[in-house]
Design a protein around this ligand. Structure first.
Ligand SMILES: [Zn+2]
Length: 104
């Protein structure tokens, strides 16, 4: 069994690789932005993914994929609703803390 931390670290690598692959396929994507359906911010298209009609930015993809991997959410709709009413704040904080650690 992998720990939650190991799973989160793996997902961070996978999701970052998606972003790098998008940029490699289409370098112009760096200048292409859209409004994320999850966090509502204007984010780069690189590394974004569409799930069930919702387009998520790379940061939210990381939340979604980590949430799925840790069985904290079952659908992207659940993540979007959770972010709206903040009951997944712990998951968000967990993923953000992991990111900070990697960036240091
Ligand atoms: Zn987002």
């Amino acid at each position: 069994m992998k720990s939650e931390k190991e799973i989160a670290e793996e997902m961070a690598l996978v999701v970052e690789q998606m972003r790098l692959d998008d940029i490699e396929d289409n370098p112009d994507i760096i200048d292409e932005y859209f409004d994320c359906d999850c966090c509502g911010q204007n984010k780069c298209l690189a590394g974004s993914i569409e799930y069930d009609g919702y387009r998520l930015c790379n940061d939210c993809v990381l939340l979604a994929e980590t949430g799925f991997a840790l069985n904290k959410i079952k659908s992207v709709k659940e993540l979007i609703d959770a972010i709206e009413d903040r009951h997944l704040a712990d998951l968000v904080k967990f993923v953000r803390d992991e990111e900070k650690r990697e960036n240091n």
